[in-house]
Write a protein that binds this ligand. Sequence first.
Ligand code: DGY
Length: 335
Amino acid sequence: MTASEVPTARSVITVTRRLPPAVEARLTAMFDVRLNSTDVPLDAVALSRAMASSDAMITTLGDPLHAATLHAATLPGSSAVRTKLIAHFGVGYDNIDITVARELGITVTNTPGVLTDDTADLAMLLMLATARRAGEAERELRAGDWSGWHPTHLLGTRVSGKTLGIVGFGRIGRAVAARARDGFGMRVLAWSRSLTQPQANDAGVTRCATIEALLASSDFVSVHVPSTHHTRHLINGERLSRMRPGAFLINTSRGDVVDESALVAALRAGAIAGAGLDVFEGEPAVRPELLQLPNAVLLPHIGSATHETRTAMGMLAVDNLEAFFAGHEVPNRVA
Ligand code: DGY
């Protein structure tokens, strides 16, 4: 949008879910905002309608903006959509058909960087919780089944000093590497399609030439790749079989990066020791077999869920809106 195209009246912004109060207050002061007071996700029809009647949207990962939904938002007799900007609240934007958005002239932005530390912290939490059996232990205590301290009670696996393999070495992967190395004295291996030797040297990690080599040499494997057609089921049955029998798999990225049915089979067979998952293939539905497995620690996609980060994500989305409607380049363009 050029400065001459900037709407003169206050632009209409639809926000698909409730946002932290400071973010909603800033938005309301600047725009004509349609908030979702019920916080119930919009279905495809409601999303198309909102796009057809708003100048911009703030969306979240639960809003499937697939090709059909985007096309359904076009104005009658035209191939244009009233919405000119989707300011996505999240770093991952796999719920949006970026190609179609681009074809329809819609700018898309995301919120990178501000959630790195909290998501890396959660990966560490899952590593510790799976290895030290924290989920099982807490369930036992709450059920009133704790019979007292004894030397062989709930023995887990030490984390400190072990080898961590990081799959995907972007911002979050690097932040996990730093925590593991500096905080837990771990040896860190890394693999990604683009990781170069100088980058690995700078980050103080050992670069693996193949994902298979990383899987075979790690006590813990933590996954940090986006969901794309290249990464769907990147961790499949064959790759799970390359992991060490005592190893743990941690996933805080996207559910479809791991073949969950293969993971269930590996956990059941004891082919790996445990899994810590914050994301699921069909979320919010969770595969019932996973719920039955004591060696899986399962969290409801809370990687970035702190007051600080969710507010920062919202503020970044608003920065993108503000820049766009002022006729400037948006800071976090993905399309
Ligand atoms: C993201 O931003 O993509 C996370 O999964 C939600 O914080």
